[in-house]
Design a protein around this ligand. Structure first.
Ligand code: ADP
Ligand code: MG
Length: 602
């Protein structure tokens, strides 16, 4: 199916005549027009007197079915429809970073200042500033042989992002001319490449159809941890750079908070955040918070590596459908420069609902729960654009994709969750019960999983500690044991348990409350680096081990419960990054002293 889309998109060509079709029917975001001679599937058209942006999604004889990316209220039959000869495309070039776009890459800030509102129609604002001067530093010489994806030069886009100006896909030849270092706009020609067909003028911007993936070399197996600074994720259910993850959870379970945490703290070079169909105020939060946040690694504002795409619930559904493609296309463009990109989509359920609504308007045969039959393949096509790969330039780049899923009532058996689960490698299952107990992040450790445990093992070994894999396994076993013991406790009460099991419950509680829980709104706790995570779990598991040993020697659990160590363990997460190493050393020592003295008392 995807190849079919690609073939159709590539066959779109400029209209030869200026013939104009006209609207015959309007159904919400879907419009039908007749007499649109030569129109192709996926071609962008201008709809109505206001020239609303639409895309042809159905063709039957001379009737074109069009999804319109803007409000269609007020549109009337008879109004004109014009072809553009172009598929829905993203404009790529310096200036993308720090932008806030809507679903079809219109800059919201610029639109706002142009028209004074977030949502308006028919405005034609360029995605990139065409008059801004950028400092271009060439990296090729006249006579060099270059091909698609090769770097022609660099533009310092922000303090933390060097933008590589690339040979556009499909171009191959000899550099005939290249400008010298200096200031240029995205409209200026910075190089001429002599190809077998003629001479290509290369500018700092290029366009790419959002529904087609950009060409890359070989996909590789992910192996490097995407550091998120969230303990339950990095230590227990790690995501690898270039991997895919889903965060399903009912309303209010913390999907958005996790996505924001990832956008803020993950060690990606570039972050593309797609706010898709969620409430406008959440996006406003992102817009308000992000510009003020500092990247812990570079000390620079986080916006200097971030692109936001906002298509909130009050914006047109068709643009929501497009927003994830716009987002992933921008992600691919930066990946092609050799970066590790992370894309968050919140929420893919709202995106699927847009698919459902449009499909319903088209009177297509509905599949499960009214979603179109192609829901699964659309989801797969989106996640498949993630990955770590060799690039055409010979470098390596990656895209990690993290999608939130919001099943109504938190019921994971519904189609969007189920189809997503078949695709993604990491599953962070959010849980209403944990949320109700105010256990945050409400990631259920018994239902969640990561298929990257073996792939990132080497990373942990080399960068943190070789004991990670083993410790993780043992602490997971302890948590599973806790859940089994809790069932017994519910039946027969805690007194029926042997002392060692009663202690296991206490040790598991420490892991749960002091390790798995993490306060996103605490200055220190919001981010926990992997070394600190490791030391925390190491000391907590040492606590379990030593405690078990002491209990086996006859010390009653009630005595252990009086240990001051409990209090100290509970404060570990809040020890600042420049102090924890020393402080943790003390906690460990004092813990062992407490155990030793319990044994002596015996
Ligand atoms: P969802 O997007 O799943 O509907 P939110 O992400 O908006 O839910 O989270 C709902 C609320 O839960 C937040 O406003 C916050 O109070 C609380 N919460 C979620 N995650 C955390 C966390 N890691 N730390 C502290 N509070 C959290
Ligand atoms: Mg949310």
């Amino acid at each position: 199916m995807e190849e079919d889309v690609e073939r159709r998109i590539k066959s779109i060509s400029k209209p030869e005549t200026e013939e104009v079709g006209n609207i015959i029917r309007i159904a919400g975001p879907v419009v039908q027009a007749e007499n649109l001679q030569g129109a192709e599937m996926y071609e962008v058209v201008e709809v109505g007197d206001e020239g609303l942006i639409g895309e042809v999604i159905g063709l039957e004889r001379d009737v074109a079915t069009i999804q319109v990316y803007e409000e269609t209220g007020g549109l009337k039959p008879g109004e004109p429809v014009k072809r553009t000869g172009e598929p829905l495309s993203a404009e790529l070039g310096p200036g993308l970073i720090r932008q806030i776009y809507d679903g079809i890459q219109r800059p919201l800030e610029a639109i706002k200042s142009e028209a004074g509102d977030f949502i308006l129609r028919g405005v034609d604002v360029a995605p990139l500033d065409e008059d801004k001067n950028w400092r271009f530093v060439p990296e090729v010489d006249v006579g060099d042989e270059v091909t698609s994806g090769d770097y022609l030069g660099t533009v310092p886009e922000t303090k933390v992002v060097d933008h590589r100006v690339m040979v556009p896909p499909g171009v191959k030849g000899t550099v005939e001319e290249v400008v010298s270092e200096g200031e240029y706009t995205i409209k200026d020609t910075i190089a001429r490449i002599k190809t077998s067909e003629g001479v290509e003028e290369i500018k700092m911007r290029q366009r790419w159809p959002v529904r087609i993936r950009r060409p890359v070399g070989k996909k590789k197996a992910p192996g490097e941890l995407l550091i998120t600074g969230q303990r339950v994720l990095d230590t227990f259910f790690p995501l690898a750079k270039g991997g895919t993850a889903a965060i399903p959870g009912g309303f209010g379970t913390g999907k958005t908070v996790i996505q924001h945490q990832l956008a803020k703290w993950s060690d990606a070079d570039i972050v593309v955040y797609v706010g898709c169909g969620e409430r406008g105020n959440e996006m406003t939060e992102v817009l308000r918070d992000f510009p003020e946040l500092e990247d812990p690694r570079t000390g620079e504002p986080l916006m200097k590596r971030t692109i936001l795409i906002a298509n909130t619930s009050n914006m047109p559904v068709a643009a929501r459908e497009a927003s994830v493609y716009s987002g992933i296309t921008l992600a691919e463009y930066y990946r092609d420069m050799g970066y590790n990109v992370a894309l968050m989509a919140d929420s893919t359920s709202r995106w699927a609902e847009a698919l459902r609504e449009i499909s319903g308007r088209l009177e297509e045969m509905p599949g499960e729960e009214g979603y179109p039959a192609y829901l699964a393949s659309s989801l797969a096509a989106f996640y498949e654009r993630a990955g770590i790969c060799d690039l055409l330039s010979g470098e390596e780049g990656s895209i990690s994709v993290i999608g939130a899923v919001s099943p109504s009532g938190g019921d994971f058996s519904e189609p969007v969750t189920q189809n997503t689960l078949r695709i993604v490698q990491v599953f962070w299952a959010l849980d209403v019960e944990l949320r109700n107990k105010r256990h945050f992040p409400a990631v259920n450790w018994l239902r969640s999983y990561s298929l990257y445990l073996d792939s990132v093992k080497e990373w942990w070994n080399e960068n943190v500690n070789e004991k990670w894999h083993q410790l993780r396994k043992e602490s997971m076993r302890l948590l599973e044991k806790e859940s089994e013991l809790q069932e017994i406790v519910q039946l027969v009460g805690p007194d029926a348990l042997p002392q060692s099991d009663r202690f296991a419950l206490q040790a598991a509680r420490v892991i749960r409350e002091d390790f798995l829980q993490q306060n996103a709104f605490h200055d220190v706790d919001t981010y926990c680096d992997p070394e600190k995570q490791f030391r925390m779990i190491e000391i907590m598991m040492e606590f379990y081990e030593r405690g078990t040993e002491v209990v086996e020697k006859g010390v009653p659990v009630d005595k252990i419960m009086e240990m001051e160590t409990f209090e100290r363990l509970s404060r570990m997460s809040n020890v600042p990054s420049d102090k924890w190493e020393e402080r943790f050393g003390h906690i460990e020592m004092e813990m062992n002293e407490e155990f030793d003295s319990l044994l002596e008392e015996e």
